[in-house]
Design a protein around this ligand. Sequence first.
Ligand SMILES: [Zn+2]
Length: 263
Amino acid sequence: MNKILWQGFLTVAMFFVLWGVFYQIDWMKLFEVEKLGDTTEEKLGDLMWKYFLQEEKMVKGDAEAVVDSILTSVCKANEIDRNLIKLHVAEKSDVNAFALPDGHIMVYSGLIRTCNSPEELAGVLSHELAHITNHHVMKKLVKEVGLAVLISMTTGGNAGEVIAETARTLSSTAFDRTLEREADLAAVDYLAKADINPEPFADFLFSLALGEHKATKYFTWMSTHPDTKERAEAIVSYAKGKVTNPKSPVSKGLWDRAKAQLE
Ligand SMILES: [Zn+2]
């Protein structure tokens, strides 16, 4: 009997030790992200953005205007300073959008082509915006690339390949599930505040999961955002009753012209 009690005691003690260790790691990570500070994030954002500027051709005209207009109205309704978000639209068939350090958001024309309505696009944009406002980008970088590498990138000289690798990490790997869920729910709140119906965002995820779109092989956003069906269901239930009087995020004219430009 004594032996059993002793074993029980050991198990409980082990549990608390492990629990403590895990918490320690989390605290360290949090501390590291804080320690990096704004200047490092600014430099990293600049490096990543210059990498993409070199690799890709930017899109102007109505296609850029439609994304800008949606983002601006979501920011305005949610009291987010639009000037802190640096929006870029690039010509690429990949259906993708992603956030970079220091408030950069990259949107590929493939995403605009694939969205059936401005509300779908507004959903994806709000999700990426939430990654920025919740400081997910730097957390992901510290986890995936490591603090030492990040600092050496901003202080060292010739780090071309490291910069390219880090940029690819941001555009093609997923955040962990907790952060994705946080971004989804924040996106619903952002849309709701802007009187934009969140349901098309869920529909967009459903159709990705079912492979209903023609250009399925270009769906980078799906590979970086897994469990799409489950996420769509969570969005639908969280969004229920939040928007009673939905408005279109942009005029039909601008939406049609942007679509025509990308034909
Ligand atoms: Zn995401």
